[in-house]
Write a protein of this length. Structure first.
Length: 561
């Protein structure tokens, strides 16, 4: 491993200017192998605990001067504020004020993350202590096996990566062999972010430690494997938090290397129930009122649509918890069961054993249920049985993969369902996408560009631009400007008489025009609500909702209907 430039400086091996050239190239890329996090510790120790830093990374401290990397120019006032804490006063000016060195946005993010890991998680067990309890693993042999395989160091590295992932609210950890070593990425708020590459040669050892912990075959690298384990951790706010960890490996080939290598993905699922109430899902006020009306019905079909990763499971589980009580029997068939819900009987698809959605749903109807949840409608038999259940006194929840709410109706028709039966059974359809929320720690006012207004179909005078916000980027959000997620929801109220008539007559084009005319709870109105309340940005909406999906629900749009 290379010595930091500061270490080379104090040995008089290089000059300060040479050190800076080694540390930051002409394009502004920071050499992470030379980056010394100790400089930042000394720099930050000079400031109050909750000081609001501008976007700077301490790169070097030499002869009483700090050299700070920044992806953007700093104002004289910002430099002056930094100087007050880092340099000596000479009259009305400062001796050796900080020198600002331009660096790329990527280098700024990489350095920021490394600093967070190094400063906040020097000992990951101090802020998040992972441990295996009795319920997590009754057999101490798993530990003994790791030590016998001389994987103690790798296990500690693995636990460190898991602790950092939990600390950063990651849902998945990706371990990928690469040319320079093991590439580690976290999926945070739905977006993969590069973390740090450990030294080369550790890929197989760390993944081997993971496979041992997940009780997988550590010798077999030629085929994919799945495993799981349970962990517990503690934070300052919560004790004895349980975590379900699912592990998947996949054999890969790198640069025609004959040696078998594997990539691994670790899914982190808190066992603590993460589903709170309907108000937290992301509905607009009008859509939430309609949806609560559906939940109060004794029978009918409610469909949640959207692509994989759009939050459908969260909406389903939150809804189930809302309607299931001691006076009702709630039962599910899922693939797989993501979380266990108290008071609800949950079943899982097992295709190899003949337990399909259709088979499970037929069996559920013999269990005297009041509320049924079908994880997904994939075939005609499941669709027909679900509609029949909704028409015979059951409240049925299910999902479909469609791009918007209206498209769920022709999808059911394509599975062979009669339009009249769909009309009679259907309470409504929710279509949703997950968007990242603006970071509350660094949000600031933002004036939209014309292209932003055009995307939403708004004129500037009606856009409430004084409410628009964006995230500047800070250490809390890894300089992304976003922190957390919520759904953007389109809602089609199929309980309305006119909508039922359009469904019976299979007039989807006329129904779209009618819905636009009455300003139904479309993706467009939901997106406008999110932006004008300072919850997310047009840039983020554009990432998950195509322009055509926004504009086709605009009554002013010239797009054909």
């Amino acid at each position: 491993m290379k010595d930091s430039v500061w270490q080379q400086l104090i040995r008089n091996e290089i000059t300060c200017q040479e050190a800076l050239k080694l540390l930051v190239d002409e394009q502004g890329n920071v050499d992470m192998s030379l980056f010394d996090t100790g400089v930042s510790k000394r720099f930050r120790s000079r400031f109050p605990k909750n000081y609001d830093f501008p976007p700077v990374i301490p790169l070097l401290h030499w002869q009483d001067r700090y050299y700070l990397g920044s992806p953007e120019p700093l104002s004289p006032e910002q430099i002056s504020q930094l100087s007050r804490h880092t340099t000596k006063h000479v009259g009305k000016s400062f001796d050796n004020p900080p020198q600002i060195i331009p660096i790329t946005e990527k280098s700024y993010r990489d350095c920021s993350f490394k600093l967070q890991i190094d400063i906040e998680l020097v000992n990951p067990f101090k802020s998040i202590r992972l441990f295996e309890g009795k319920e997590a693993d009754d057999d101490i042999r798993s530990f003994a096996k790791m030590y016998l395989l001389e994987k103690k160091g790798q296990t500690e590295r693995l636990e460190f990566l898991l602790a950092a992932a939990i600390h950063r609210r990651a849902s998945d950890v990706h371990l990928e062999p690469s040319e320079g070593g093991l590439r580690v990425r976290y999926r945070i708020d739905g977006i993969l972010q590069d973390i740090i590459k450990p030294e080369a040669g550790l890929e197989s050892k760390i993944i081997g430690a993971l496979k041992t912990r997940a009780e997988m075959n550590i010798v077999e690298r030629r085929i994919p494997q799945d495993g799981r384990l349970k962990l517990q951790y503690e934070t300052d706010e919560d004790r004895n938090v349980r975590l379900d960890v699912r592990v998947s490996t996949y054999p890969v080939v790198n640069d025609h290397n004959a040696e078998s290598r594997e990539t691994a993905v670790i899914r982190l699922l808190p066992q603590k129930n993460p589903f709170s109430n309907i108000d937290d899902l992301g509905f607009t006020e009008s859509a939430r009122n309609i949806y609560n009306g559906w939940l109060a019905q004794p029978w009918g079909l409610i469909i949640i649509t959207g692509p994989t990763g759009s939050g459908k499971t969260s909406t389903l589980y939150t809804s189930l918890q809302r309607v299931a009580d001691e006076s009702k029997k709630a039962i599910t068939i899922e693939d797989p069961v993501e979380y266990t819900l108290p008071g609800i009987s949950q079943g899982q698809v097992h295709n190899a054993a003949g337990m399909t959605f259709a088979v499970g749903l037929r069996a559920i109807l013999r269990q005297d249920p009041d509320i049924i949840m079908v994880g997904e409608i994939r075939d005609q038999e499941t669709a027909e049985t679900a509609v029949d259940a909704a028409l015979t006194g059951h409240l049925v929840f299910t999902t479909l993969h469609t791009n918007d709410a209206i498209s769920a109706i022709p999808r059911l028709q394509s599975l062979g369902l009669d339009s009249s039966l769909i009309s009679d059974a259907l309470l409504g359809i929710v279509s949703q996408r997950l968007v990242r929320k603006i970071c509350p720690y660094c949000k600031e006012p933002y004036e939209p560009e014309d292209k932003d207004l055009h995307y939403l179909g708004l004129e500037r005078e009606e856009a409430q631009i004084e409410q628009w916000q964006k995230g500047r980027g800070c250490s809390q959000c890894l300089n992304t400007g976003y922190f957390g997620r919520e759904a953007v929801i389109e809602l089609l109220n199929a309980d309305a008489q006119m909508v039922k008539q359009f469904i019976r007559e299979n007039e989807m084009t006329k129904m779209q025009a009618y819905l636009n005319e009455i300003q139904f709870d479309s993706f467009r109105l939901a997106a406008i609500d999110k932006v004008t309340k300072g919850k997310t940005t047009v840039e983020e909406l554009r990432r998950v909702i195509p322009y055509t999906s926004i504009r086709k629900s605009d009554a002013k749009s010239s797009l054909p209907r």
